[in-house]
Design a protein around this ligand. Structure first.
Ligand code: GCB
Ligand code: CA
Length: 885
């Protein structure tokens, strides 16, 4: 009772909890909450601090605003910790799970140390700086560009801040090391595995911060998944007064239960230090698995001697509106999404992620590759090279015990943008030599620390440049990032490329380390086309790729780029600042592409109606008052029956993960019900679609409510905020509605064109409405019934806007369109409503302009909107018509 009262008083006074050590064992306190944060280089003064919780990034505004760029600079965090006298004879550490990207820690104004790199754990010894009572922790974090710190550039946003958990660790002066590359201090490997027994090698790093050496007992106990102790050892060790003394021992586990994909059996190694009087000094637990893994072109990936095809995804660590500052459970959820989909492989790209990620992969049976963020290019400096190697060491030591990790990866598309192409001072041969030197150092580091695991280097499609740099034969596995049919070329270029590589390197196991297509879940098209960002093109892409991957044995694995949409500030696609190649959106809503994979890979019987997240649709009704749209049902069953509004429509055979239907949608709510049979059991999915039909011809009997037409495109667009459905343009015919004259605009790219501009349209989140347009049109006509209407005309001037030259777009880099002068009148039913309109002049380039005009139609005249050119071509991006009565 007394205790409770005291606690309450503390809370009311806002006093920090005091950290105290009641017994000897290790205590890890999370210190995520109640930090003060201030952006800027100075921590002096009391102004401008705000209270934040960690995980935290100072870039959350940047991921929702519409302006280019994100804040790169310095931020300060500070917080008090109360320490009571019992803690003063302990060793104290601050453990950071990750902060981007250069971090300095100060305790009571003493500089404790610095860590470089945004994606690995680090741990500082703060013992010498701690006093009884209040202690001030101050952390300076900097995410500025630094030519010595990888990544130099990459297709994702480098959110700054302490974006992963922080904790205070209190241990006895003699303890299992916390500062050996911030790992757990215990390394488990299994050099020999047979049915009868597994040899378990354990290397324990011991630290002694006292002035005297100390004799202790190191006990190891291995527990099975059911909690039974299956092996143990206890040995005397003299720990010198030093940090990180390695103590090695070997234990045998009889009849080991192996870790594999289906049964991810885990063991727990409990390491305990005892003093000679039998008092506990320190204890840590490490999860590990017993398994073998190998890669070869001939046999593929073998786990415990059994070949398994690795099929899965990549993953980025960010989320809608939160940047990279995710709570543990959100990391776990992503891995569960992958697991539910049937994925057995995760390329943790392009950097080590939250510890929850590997924990979940270990638990769920997902094989992983982890990689260091050396991307696109290097700096020819000793510091850069050293930082790469240091990151590799940190990554390997920190992930060492995870059975899911089978691959150490480095240098993603390192030849994508070699600087010698643009900077004459950099000599190509010197650059390639230095690049190889770094690659070799990284490769050797991996093999020295961990000879049991394979290495991989992911190349982009142009393998010749990697050959030139001598990088193909260096790693064990050749990673290929292939985007045929997305950034350029045809789908079939994918298998052609793979076969060609295999012919040249018949012994090299290949992983398709990336492949994917951007999908904006709001865009659909029944004439899907490369770079239209439609769900439908994305589905076509993946339905081509996956069977090709499955067919080829030398392709030992593949990883879709990407599990989730992710922030990439410089990108300007259908969703500006976001790379939308995810199978799920930035808030983890599955797209049809996810459904396709789940149908192909998932273990449970599965039926899912495609487009079930496309609720608001519009279309043109035919003579019988319906509109036919194709609907796919994704399933791993053989046959699907589809009912529409309670009536059976058809039965369809499943091919390549999907059954296809042509569904007559009626105006209003449509209920779809798909069902298949699995072992005498119905497996079903339901979905509702709200359809707003516009008559294909107005015979005055049809009712009309609204029409939302996009120009210059075959895309449908769902404005999910307003629950508004946009449909593609059509040409006017008598009695109906549509455009007259003109041409659909196409954005010019380096080698051709694409169906929509990739300009970020400022001040709107509905960018796709403005990214297509019709130019040079004479008019829009709709033979609407008499009545009162509101007409909305949409424009955006796309010419004259600066584009960004993004290396990842390869041949698809959009060319800047020269500013064109464009001046025209707009007449509605013969009345001039806008004269000498110059959209660029009116609102600026790449800005939305909507003109709302009330119109009364009488005498069966219908609606005619004329665009009268004065200078240049006329243009319009969308028209919305709403009937008021
Ligand atoms: C790549 C890169 C990756 C990009 C991806 C893309 O090859 O490795 O970082 O995000 O392509 O979407 O272009
Ligand atoms: Ca975490």
């Amino acid at each position: 009772m007394k205790k409770k009262v005291i606690l309450l008083i503390f809370i009311f006074l806002g006093i920090y909890q005091a950290y105290s050590a009641e017994n000897n064992s290790r205590i890890t306190y999370s210190i995520n909450d109640s930090w003060q944060f201030r952006l800027g280089t100075s921590d002096v003064g009391e102004d401008g601090w705000s209270i934040v919780s960690i995980p935290h990034t100072w870039n959350t505004e940047d991921c929702v605003d519409d302006s280019p760029g994100f804040h790169r600079g310095t931020g300060w965090y500070r917080r008090n910790i109360q320490v009571d006298s019992s803690m003063l004879n302990r060793s104290l550490y601050i453990f950071f799970e990750g902060a981007n990207q250069r971090t300095e820690l100060f305790v009571n104004h003493h500089r404790v140390g610095e860590h470089i790199g945004g994606y690995t754990f680090f741990c500082f010894d703060i013992t010498p700086y701690i006093k009884e009572g209040e202690n001030l922790l101050a952390v300076r974090v900097d995410n500025s560009y630094d030519s010595d710190i990888p990544p130099l550039s990459a297709d994702f946003t480098f959110f700054g801040g302490i974006y992963r958990d922080v904790s205070l660790i209190s241990v006895s002066p003699v303890h299992i090391s916390t500062t050996h590359y911030a790992s757990s201090g215990v390394y488990v490997s299994t050099p020999e595995i047979t049915k009868e027994k597994a040899l378990v090698d354990i290397c324990t790093m011991l630290s002694n911060t006292q002035t005297e050496r100390e004799k202790i007992l190191v006990e190891h106990k291995i527990f099975s998944a059911t909690g039974e102790c299956v092996a143990a050892s206890k040995k005397k060790v003299i720990v010198d007064t030093q940090k990180e003394q390695a103590f090695k021992t070997q234990i045998v586990v009889n009849h080991p239960e192996l870790w594999d994909i289906e049964y991810p059996n885990l063991y727990r190694l409990q390491t305990t230090l005892w003093d000679t009087k039998g008092k506990l000094i320190d204890e840590v637990s490490n999860t590990f698995g017993i398994r073998t893994c190998s890669f070869s072109a001939e046999k593929g990936f073998e786990l415990n001697g059994k070949a398994v095809k690795l099929l899965g995804t990549n993953r980025h660590q960010c989320y809608s509106g939160m940047g990279n500052a995710l709570k543990d459970e959100m990391h776990v959820r992503d891995i569960e999404l992958l697991h539910e989909m049937g994925g057995n492989f995760l390329r943790i790209a392009h950097y080590p992620q939250d510890e929850m990620v590997l924990a979940a992969c270990n638990r769920l049976g997902i094989v992983t590759s982890v990689e260091i963020p050396v991307i696109n290019a290097i700096t020819m400096s000793q510091n850069f090279s050293d930082n790469c190697v240091e990151m590799m060491k940190e990554m390997i030591y920190q992930c060492f015990n995870s059975p899911s990790v089978c691959i150490w990866t480095y240098m993603n598309e390192i030849m994508l943008r070699p600087p010698y192409n643009s900077e004459p001072t950099i000599k190509k041969d010197e650059y390639l030599k230095y690049l190889y030197h770094i690659a070799e150092r990284i490769e050797n580091t991996a093999k020295e620390i961990d000879p049991q695991r394979a290495t991989m280097l992911p190349c982009h499609g142009n393998l010749a440049v990697y050959e030139e740099a001598n990088l193909v034969n260096l790693p064990d596995i050749l990673g290929m990032n292939l985007y045929n049919g997305w950034y350029g070329g045809q789908f079939s270029g994918f298998e052609a490329a793979l076969d060609k590589i295999h012919q040249k390197y018949p012994d090299k196991p290949i992983i398709v380390s990336e492949y994917g297509a951007d999908v904006d879940a709001r865009i659909h098209s029944f004439k899907p086309e490369r770079f239209d960002f439609s769900v439908d093109y994305g589905v076509m892409y993946h339905r081509h790729y996956l069977p090709q991957i499955i067919q080829r044995k030398f392709v030992v694995g593949s990883a879709v780029w990407n599990l989730n949409d992710f922030h990439s500030e410089e990108r300007m696609d259908a969703i500006p600042h976001i790379n939308c190649k995810g199978l799920v959106t930035l808030d983890r809503t599955p797209k049809d592409t996810y459904r396709y994979y789940k149908a192909m890979l998932g273990k449970e019987p599965y039926v899912a109606i495609g487009g079930s997240d496309w609720y608001n649709r519009s279309g043109v009704s035919d003579n019988s008052g319906v509109c036919y749209y194709p609907v796919s049902v994704y399933t791993n069953l053989k046959q699907i029956t589809l009912k529409v509004n309670g009536k059976k429509l058809a039965v369809s055979e499943v091919e390549n993960g999907a059954a296809q239907f042509n569904v007559p949608f009626v105006n209003g709510i449509n209920q779809l019900e798909a069902e298949g049979i699995f072992q005498n059991r119905y497996i079903k999915d339901f979905c509702r679609v709200s359809m707003k039909l516009v008559p294909g011809s107005f015979d005055n009997k049809e009712s009309f409510t609204e029409l939302n037409m996009l120009f210059g495109t075959a895309r449908h667009f769902e404005d999910k905020t307003a629950a508004l459905a946009w449909q593609p343009e059509r040409e006017y015919t008598s009695g109906s509605w549509g455009y007259v004259g003109g041409k659909a605009f196409r954005a010019r790219t380096k080698r051709g064109s694409q169906p929509a501009s990739n300009l970020d349209i400022y001040g709107t989140e509905q960018d796709p409405i403005y990214q297509t347009q019709r130019r040079g049109l004479d008019s829009f006509k709709a033979d609407l019934p008499d009545g009162k209407y509101v007409v909305y005309l949409y424009w955006a001037e796309l010419s004259g806007a600066n584009t960004v030259d993004l290396a990842y777009q390869l041949d698809n880099i959009v060319q800047k369109e020269k500013a064109t002068e464009r001046l025209f009148h707009v007449d509605i039913n013969g009345i001039r409503v806008l004269s000498l309109l110059d959209v660029a002049e009116e609102v600026g380039v790449r800005r939305p302009m909507i003109c709302k005009i009330p119109v009364t139609i009488s005498n069966k005249k219908g609606l005619t909107i004329d665009f009268v050119p004065i200078k240049g071509e006329t243009m319009v991006t969308a028209i919305r018509i709403l009937k008021l009565d």
